[in-house]
Design a protein around this ligand. Sequence first.
Ligand code: NFE
Ligand code: MG
Length: 570
Amino acid sequence: MARIAIDPVTRIEGHLRIEATVEGGKVVDAWSSSTMFRGFEIILKDRDPRDAWLFCQRICGVCTTVHALASVRAVENALGITIPDNARLIRNIIAAIQFVQDHVIHFYHLHGLDWIDVVSALKADPAKTASVAQSISDWPNSGAALFAAVQKRVKGLVDGGQLGPFANAYWGHPAYKLPPEVNLLGVAHYLQALEWQREVIKVHALLGSKNPHLQTYLVGGVAKPVDPNSQNALNADGIALMNQAARQAIDFVSKVYLPDLMAVAAVYKEWAGYGAGVGNFMTYGEFPNDSRSNSANLLMPRGIIMGQDLTRVLPVDQQKVTEQVTHSWYDYKEGDGKAKHPWEGETAPRYTGPKPPYEFLATDAKYSWLKTPRYADAPMEVGPLARVLVAYAAGHKRAKELVDSALAQLKAGPAALFSTLGRVAARGIETLLIAEAIPGWIGELSANMMQKGDLRIHEGEKWEPATWPAEAKGYGLHDAPRGALGHWVSIANGKITNYQAVVPSTWNLSPRDAKGVRGPVEAALIGTPVADPKQPLEILRTVHSFDPCMACAVHVVDTRGRTIAATKGA
Ligand code: NFE
Ligand code: MG
């Protein structure tokens, strides 16, 4: 039995360490640890709740906007504010473009190289790659000359020993199975996706003045004026730019991302048999159709699935969300065994782990900077798979079409969804579903401005703290690209008295709970094959399928600058 540590896991955001025991070529146990402490909850104390979103948004630069949105929703919920329709539409468009860009970047730049062997692409015949590309999609940039040029570029990098973004991976590992031609296709699209994402994200520059960290959120609405008769507001030119970006998004997702995903999935079908995880899924849902606070009228429905049971979608009650610290480097006043709802949450860090450099963590004790979130005491997987499963089980028409079509192509049943491959496929499926919804919101916004003359962007009535109750508390739900995100705020005399964020990657990468029950990633790793414990590529496949973000999950970087060496991570 070998114990291994992968630290740092790369092609994620933040610092993640995975320890696993491997026996008989398989993972038999696993531990997920975040090695980075942050403290946004502490930073927010005593601040004006109208400023909270500006601080929170800096929790992460990958899922930019998401903490801003959850924060304004939480404060609006506390103060009983209903935002104008234009603000809802602008927020939906911002969030949706975020999803689309984030998921494409994940597939090609963070996860793709777990499946695509860049070095093998050098052996491909570019003409054959062109015929593969043209057989799966009518995307125009698919000629032999283009693939030959990409191959030459990569060969130049390899020959010059300057692999750049392609350095430090397990090239040639026996678990890579794609033919050289498909590897070349993947590498070409890796490069095209870089160019594409820069274009579509211009919508953030237009609506948010910049990316990352948009400037135009506001408690009560948005600070982006809409006015067809002004050059200084969102006008017909801006609507046209957004429509163009939405078309580019739908095109790339339907003609590049999804066909590539299906081509990769067809070769790695056995990954529908690994990585199931805890079997419980939760989503807060997203993209509200009306402006009520935390409205349940959503494009992607809110709900819970327990024990892989797709016949029942259970409601979500935020009161049942708690966090534990039995295995986390924090103290609770009443004792570490307690499960605390975020309104009563505490952030009191105390590191009790080994002094670096160390070989392994003491995983019987505290071993992570992540807390352990639970819903009604159960671990929950959150993210694309949770959203797609809940939509599918709830009978969402487009979700059903897309899921059934993917399953038919792979000749698989719904059980295949509970897997590493299911997680990757769900991400692609929801990217298209969300991209397709963007033109509708742009149309509504345009009609409001141009036809109805409705230019309202902000509900100003409750802006002054003098209008607020002496004490208030609220919660804001958002489903971010990586999953269910909740912010909980308590306000007294115009100031924040407590603030807690319970974040998608905290749900997914949590350590064990008080009863020793594993978190979703820990559970998903059990049974993962490992051909060579010194090159744990397969472990990375399952970990990356969750698209971890530890920056979000632990929410102030450890200024001691610890460096930890163990088995090489890639
Ligand atoms: Ni930093 Fe984030 C998303 C949030 S994940 S990426 O999506 O919230 O935990
Ligand atoms: Mg938190």
